[in-house]
Design a protein around this ligand. Structure first.
Ligand code: AMP
Length: 395
């Protein structure tokens, strides 16, 4: 089935209720990364160009159904106005007569942002009466928040059933890219999975094994695999209780013709502190005091070779404890290599997940990747092969 877009409707003078994700990070009272704001601009500009009225709704943080001044969406207005190069009106109320009056008075192409949907407990409970109130705010519902589509909330799923609906530009791009990469990829297909733990990515690993030709494992989770294979891993992060699970994953890779690549050399230190003394060691030489904090240079070369053989890669999780130098090198070297292949038209590279995006931004690889999804949980659930309620309800 095909998802409708704004182009399937006559937008002129219509009230378009747009669910966006304006959940931006705030540091010292300031927005530290405007990527999420930038990502919703194309949809708003499309509505403006078609003469529609844009009514934006979004969640922001976790206020748990209560008003919290520090989580008011009012604070995103200045940045949003700068990016859109036009005024953005604000309503401190989300539903009710006053908001409806404001909307009626909107001129075509004007933009109105409503207050945080999560100030109402009914939002996360997906209560029908609340969805009904939201549906009174628009003629058409447009969902542009793929990153919120793994949860069935009133502002994603509930309201979509009560109004003619469609996907915004970002949502459409995200669905098309992600569907292509796992359902219809150019092969060989490689998954690069890193990060701290296997336990949080078990479903993802099990789903990917059936689909990919190469499975590259890095980060802390590789330690558990090395431990399961009977190697010493010293003081490294490890989920010893997942020894059997790790062995089952390795054997499932064999059964599914999927080559698993684990680190054969690593960067070790005795403490996790920036610029501390470190060594590069074979995984066969780890002692009791060693803490594995990154993949080694020879493993980077091996991974880069795999990238050269691949047509598509899909990436989640850093290869090491990338927040501190020098343990960011493995992630930097491999992601920069993937970005170069992509720039030269030799590779399709798709990445997602909160820490992954930060790591790729740090390495500068992000700008040349084919697609970097800003969705954290939704990206992971999609990689796990799950159906996302916020997408399903648009089909
Ligand atoms: P995740 O959210 O599961 O993708 O995990 C990301 C976190 O994994 C980052 O904070 C990294 O610092 C951490 N990480 C990656 N490799 C290691 C490692 N070898 N030891 C400890 N933590 C790691």
């Amino acid at each position: 089935m095909v998802i409708k877009t704004l182009n399937d409707y006559n937008i002129a003078n219509k009230k378009i209720l747009v669910r966006v994700d304006l959940n931006v990070p705030i540091e010292n009272g300031k927005i530290s990364d405007t990527s999420r704001l930038i990502s919703v601009i194309p949809t708003i500009e499309t509505i403006q160009a078609l003469g529609g009225k844009t009514i934006l709704i979004s969640h922001f943080g976790r206020p748990n159904g209560l008003y919290k001044e520090e989580l008011s969406l009012k604070q995103v207005i200045p940045d949003l106005e700068k990016l859109l190069n036009c005024p953005v009106k604000f309503s401190s109320e989300l539903i009710g007569e006053n908001v409806i009056k404001k909307i009626v008075n909107l001129e075509s192409s004007e933009v109105l942002l409503l207050e945080n949907t999560r100030f109402f407990a009914e939002e996360e409970n997906n209560e029908e009466s609340f969805s009904k109130e939201l549906s009174k705010l628009g003629d058409i519902f447009c969902n542009d928040a793929f990153s919120a589509s793994h949860r069935a909330h009133a502002s994603t799923v509930g309201v979509s059933k009560l109004l003619p609906n469609c996907a915004g530009q970002l949502m459409k791009k995200e669905i098309d890219t992600l569907a292509n990469v796992l359902k219809n990829p150019q092969k060989p297909l490689t998954a690069v999975i890193g990060g701290a733990k296997i336990s949080t990515k078990l479903d993802l690993l099990l789903n990917l094994i059936k689909k990919v030709d190469f499975l590259v494992i890095g980060g802390g989770m590789a330690n558990t695999f090395l431990f399961a294979k009977g190697l010493q891993i010293g003081n490294s992060l490890c989920e010893e209780n997942l020894k059997e699970t790790s062995l089952r994953i390795i054997s499932a890779c064999n059964d599914n013709n999927c080559e698993i690549i684990l680190p054969h050399d690593v960067v070790v230190a005795s403490e996790f502190v920036a610029n501390t003394n470190y060594n590069v060691k074979s995984v066969l030489d780890i002692n009791n005091k060693d803490m594995i904090l990154d993949i080694g240079p020879s493993t980077c070369d091996k991974i880069n070779e795999i990238f050269s053989m691949s047509k598509t890669i899909i990436w989640n999780g850093p290869m090491g404890a990338f927040e501190l130098e020098p343990f960011d090198k493995g992630t930097i070297q491999t992601s920069v290599y993937a970005s170069k292949l992509t720039k030269n038209g030799k590779l399709i590279s798709v990445a997602g997940g909160g820490d992954t995006v930060s790591a790729l931004k740090k390495s500068g690889a992000e700008k040349d990747f084919t697609y970097v999804s800003l969705a954290g949980g939704a990206f992971l659930e999609w990689m796990e092969g799950k159906k996302l309620p916020g997408v399903e309800c648009l089909l």
